[in-house]
Design a protein around this ligand. Structure first.
Ligand code: THU
Length: 132
């Protein structure tokens, strides 16, 4: 079994539960916390479109509520054939709890995937260290 299989299974379950009636674009995200526990989230859209929430933000809420404060691995899963690349806002959200070398696995529903680091997705970032 691949080491990301457990994350992918949870991401598929989260994607199935997405509330995406406006875009039809269902996303699942799974985070591994510093404790080793996994936290999933889905996108939750709203009739007032700007009030919609990305899957990564939902997963981060679960992680914080679960008592974790670090993210050590990320997997995001989108629909279609192209691996989902997290939006800019979610790259910033993840940076709050992760490191530049934190692995991020990008998946599509068809199984296309590749892995890179958060630092590669978000170079020259403004993060918690920037304030000190
Ligand atoms: N979405 C996510 O959940 N995560 C991302 O990183 C990119 C976009 C959602 C937001 C919206 O519900 C739908 O995908 C289309 O943009």
């Amino acid at each position: 079994m691949n080491e990301t299989d457990d994350m992918l299974t949870l991401a598929q379950q989260a994607q199935d539960r997405a509330h995406a009636p406006y875009s039809g674009f269902r996303v699942g995200a799974v985070l591994r916390g510093g404790s080793g526990r996994l936290y999933a989230g889905c996108n939750v859209e709203n009739a007032a479109y700007p009030q919609s929430q990305c899957a990564e933000a939902s997963a981060l809420g679960a992680l914080v509520l679960g008592g974790d404060s670090r993210v050590t691995e990320v997997l995001v899963l989108g629909p279609g054939d192209r691996p989902l690349a997290p939006c800019g806002g979610c790259r910033q959200r993840l940076l709050e709890f992760a490191e530049a070398d934190t692995p991020v696995h990008l998946y599509s529903a068809s199984g296309e995937h590749h892995s890179l680091t958060l630092g590669a997705l978000m170079p020259h970032a403004f993060g918690p260290d920037s304030l000190s």
